[in-house]
Design a protein around this ligand. Structure first.
Ligand code: SF4
Length: 358
């Protein structure tokens, strides 16, 4: 297990990356988490990598991958008189007409909370029709599942969720299937605390690509890059757990059972992607009366995004924020045009924060 406070490991890892990379052609590695992008930008990790080793951000921010249709649906519900409860970042993501923040300034009942439990308490206390925007990957799905079970067992009949939960492994499969030129993945450690390593085994063996489950310290990222380069040189592709201080092989079976009790896999679009097979989760039949789509006849929304915003290509690892002509000029964290500039996990936000306007 890595001692994250041992600075000698950082030095040794940088030296190992240099040595290994000298025997390789260009290598592109994708990570799948905004927290990894934070660490990479904050500690200047790209600056110590050899020229032929590139680490690119992928679709690892739950707010960023939420579609504009989902934002517009939340806006529709607020306009229809629902109390819409959300985590802070979703509040500022532009919809096709406006954001939830702008709608609140017009008098709509929009609340920001720390978690779904707060939303349930609002429903219980105030008796209004409350809809919670449930976003996130396998990390937040167990919390949503626990509250769904709670709400059903306590027969709270004025609480619903706008379900936007997504699963990480299917989007990795999509990227590999579409032939993205990626030679290794740094997989999000917090997701694996729930799922364990199993979901990555099939992908690793089918596509013969290194997959390293990594923690969120600079040393974790550097050691993960070393592990990927070693695998490529040895031609032995496997899933490895760099984050053993938090991730167990089997993950968290209690959380997995909760997700499985409440949700089932569902095909779902991601921002910048088409519909991804099993890319999302939907409520099982037993719990579907908590699904706002089951409860309310919501009109079909169109996905209308600003044509100058390249969030979709950034999320697919094809471009960087600095390729966007709006970056830092017309699109800033104060005045975001796309979802990637809103959340602290968003690549555009992180690039802006650590690299300035450019
Ligand atoms: Fe979209 Fe703004 Fe990022 Fe450009 S800088 S891709 S407009 S979020």
């Amino acid at each position: 297990m890595i001692d994250i406070n041992d600075r000698r490991i950082i030095k040794r890892s940088i030296e190992a990356i240099k040595k290994l990379s000298s025997k390789l052609d260009n290598i592109k590695i994708m990570h799948l988490c905004g927290s990894h992008e934070h660490v990479i930008c904050k500690y200047g990790i790209r600056d110590v990598l050899p020229e032929n080793i590139t680490v690119i951000p992928g679709p690892g921010c739950p707010v960023c991958v939420t579609t504009q249709k989902e934002i517009d649906t939340a806006i529709y519900l607020a306009e229809e008189g629902y109390t819409v409860v959300t985590l802070g970042d979703m509040y500022r993501v532009p919809g096709s007409r406006k954001s939830l923040m702008e709608l609140q300034s017009e008098g709509a009942d929009i609340r920001i909370v720390y978690g779904i439990g707060d939303a349930v308490r609002i429903a219980e206390k105030e008796g209004e029709k409350v809809v919670f925007i449930a976003i996130g990957f396998e990390t937040t799905a167990p919390t949503t599942a626990a509250e769904v079970v709670n709400v059903r067992s306590r027969k709270i009949d004025n609480f619903y969720i706008l379900n936007c939960h997504r699963q990480i492994p299917p989007v990795v499969e999509f990227l590999l299937e579409e032939g993205s030129n990626i030679q290794g993945f740094i997989c999000p450690g917090h997701v694996a605390t729930i799922t364990g390593l199993k979901p990555y085994y099939k992908l690793c063996s089918r596509y013969k690509i290194p997959m390293i489950v990594a923690g969120f310290e600079p040393v974790d990222v550097l050691v993960s890059i070393v592990m990927i380069l070693e695998q490529i040189l040895n031609n032995s592709y496997k899933v490895e757990n760099e984050y053993r201080r938090a991730v167990r092989e089997e993950g968290n079976p209690i959380a997995q059972r909760l997700i499985n009790e409440v949700f089932e896999p569902a095909d779902m679009p991601w921002r910048g992607f088409p519909v991804i097979k099993n890319g999302g989760l939907k409520l099982r039949k037993k719990y579907r009366n908590l699904d706002i789509y089951y409860h309310e006849d919501i009109p079909e929304m169109k996905e209308v995004v600003n044509s100058n915003c390249i969030c979709g290509e950034i999320l697919r690892g094809k471009k960087l924020p600095t390729d966007c002509k709006l970056f830092g000029k017309y699109c800033t964290p104060i005045n975001p045009v796309g979802s990637c500039m809103v959340s602290e996990e968003g690549t555009c936000y992180i690039f802006y924060k650590y690299r300035g306007f450019i």
